[in-house]
Ligand binder design. Structure first.
Ligand code: ADP
Length: 257
């Protein structure tokens, strides 16, 4: 029987990034399979967030950044001469460490992007807002008040789910999450983790986390970064239980952090 290999959706080849003289990414070759969670782990300052931000050109706004190498996101090269950034923004959603709802109603937080990208309006837009809130497991807690309540009035965990609902409104095929639970309490964290697993059933999700237990709970694949290099990549269980490299072993056994 021929083994079925999931197609790759995010692929990078020999990606380097410098912040001025600081060589923050050193030749990253990475692949994330379609649909599923890949966790990016490693000690603080090893380049995980920088790498994530490369994938949707979020480092562009930082002064003195130089990037080289090849990136393919579901068929798009974000750095191609004529790259269509709007197309990239529709394909790749991002969730940050601190929830960052806009200072407007829950409804408007979610409606803004589909209005802008697709000209959605009326009952179609209402239906989309409701379905995104349902997918983000927030609907039952906020329904009835979504036009009056500001996103800023919600709890931290609810705000993060609102940000996820807002991101889902453009139906991205790739979702990037940079320590999405690090500002949340354990109950809110458990809800977001459940949601990440659910979202990854039909999306490719990359999650930066400093929490190995979280990586074990939510991810199928794991990428271990250290000092700007991708040291080891593969099946999460295998890397956590029988890492191939000594430095990975030392990290996953908690010998340094
Ligand atoms: P991680 O996400 O693994 O904690 P980062 O990607 O944030 O690591 O950082 C990688 C390296 O790049 C670190 O040495 C950090 O100090 C440096 N760095 C990150 N952002 C910037 C920036 N905007 N300007 C200069 N150096 C930066």
């Amino acid at each position: 029987m021929v083994a079925r290999v999931a197609p790759t959706v995010v692929e990078t080849h020999d990606v380097h990034l410098h912040y001025g003289n600081k060589h923050a990414l050193k030749g990253i070759d990475f692949k994330a399979k379609k649909n599923g969670v890949t966790a990016l782990i490693g000690p603080s300052g090893c380049g995980k967030s920088t790498f994530l931000r490369c994938l949707n050109r979020m480092n562009d706004r930082i002064p003195n950044v130089k990037m080289k190498g090849k990136i393919d996101i579901d068929g798009i090269n974000p750095y191609a001469h004529k790259a269509n950034l709007m197309q990239l923004r529709r394909k790749v959603g991002m969730v940050f460490q601190r929830p960052n709802p806009f200072p407007m109603s829950i409804y408007d937080n979610i409606a803004m992007a589909p209005k802008m990208h697709f000209g959605a309006k009326g009952s179609e837009l209402d239906g989309l807002v409701e379905s995104c809130l349902k997918k983000a497991a927030l609907w039952d807690e906020v329904k009835g008040d979504i036009r009056k309540t500001s996103g800023l009035e919600l709890s931290g965990g609810q705000q993060q789910r609102l940000c996820i609902a807002r991101m889902l409104a453009i139906n991205p095929s790739v979702v990037l999450m940079d320590e999405p639970c690090s500002a949340l309490d354990p109950i809110a964290t458990a809800k977001i983790e459940e949601l990440i697993v659910e979202l990854a059933k039909d999306r490719t999700v990359l999650v930066v986390t400093h929490n190995l237990q979280q990586a074990a709970r939510i991810s199928k694949d794991l990428a271990f970064f250290m000092l700007g290099e991708l040291i080891e990549y593969g099946d999460t269980e295998q890397i956590l239980e029988t890492p191939q490299k000594q430095v990975t072993e030392e990290y996953v056994r908690g010998r340094f952090g």
